[in-house]
Design a binder for this molecule. Structure first.
Ligand SMILES: Cc1cc2nc3c(=O)[nH]c(=O)nc-3n(C[C@H](O)[C@H](O)[C@H](O)COP(=O)(O)O)c2cc1C
Length: 208
């Protein structure tokens, strides 16, 4: 199905068949493709925490305000950003890998690595948080579309208590939890939703 059709047909689905399983290989393959999404300076900060233990899912249910999809969907993924991705060592390593793979020469390797290091050098924690949200969000949308293309339904969730979720899953301050994605076989179609007329959301040259 074309991207356009996937986007036209996609709905947030809130009821799933709890007996339906998606193989770990399929999930890994979806994530592998999602990881090809654009990301700032290719520092690859997005992390995918797969929650497949039913007991942990049960634990997360009240933390996610009893949204049943947390328990019923085949797969639940906590989409995280890793603050350590901004470390100089990571940036140098990634660009060295690109050089070793033959994708660029040493001049471009050093230029790209230094540009990335300088770009993050003076950023505040809030700035870095925004960088993570950008990267994780783009990867999330890719994952959603890939899951839809593979015949699954999805829902994005920010409806959970972040502090409690981090405690329950032992997620340290190294990571930013951006959102949850549930993937599975829907049992009830997601309700249709309206969108603004496109002319209402487009501005030209200045916001009026
Ligand atoms: C960042 C984000 C967080 C969301 N959190 C929730 C959520 O916690 N629970 C829920 O039922 N839907 C959640 N949604 C789904 C939205 O309500 C839904 O995308 C919107 O109403 C448009 O409907 P559609 O996705 O079916 O087109 C979330 C969507 C986004 C993008």
């Amino acid at each position: 199905m074309s991207i356009k059709n996937l986007l036209e047909k996609r709905r947030s689905v809130r009821h799933y068949d709890p007996s339906y399983t998606i193989s770990p290989e399929i999930i890994v393959s979806l994530i592998e493709s999602a990881s090809k999404s654009p990301n700032g300076n290719n520092i690859q900060a997005t992390r995918y925490l797969i929650i497949d233990d039913p007991n942990v899912r049960q634990l997360l249910l009240p933390i996610a305000f009893n949204q049943n999809q947390v328990k019923e969907a085949s797969t639940l993924i906590v989409m995280l950003g890793d603050y350590q991705a901004f470390d100089k060592d990571n940036i140098i390593k990634i660009h060295e890998e690109g050089f070793q793979a033959g994708y660029f020469n040493t001049t471009l390797r050093d230029y790209l690595a230094n540009a990335a290091i300088n770009y993050y050098a003076n950023k505040s924690h809030e700035d870095l948080k925004l960088e993570l949200i950008r990267d994780v969000s783009l990867a999330s949308m890719s994952l959603i579309l890939l899951a839809n293309e593979a015949g699954f339904e999805t829902i994005t969730m920010s409806g959970y208590d972040s502090k409690q979720l981090k405690e329950a899953l032992n997620i340290s301050e190294r990571y930013l939890d951006v959102l949850l994605i549930a993937i599975g076989k829907g049992t009830t179609a997601g309700h249709k939703t309206v969108r603004h007329n496109v002319n209402k959301v487009i501005y030209k040259n200045q916001i009026l």
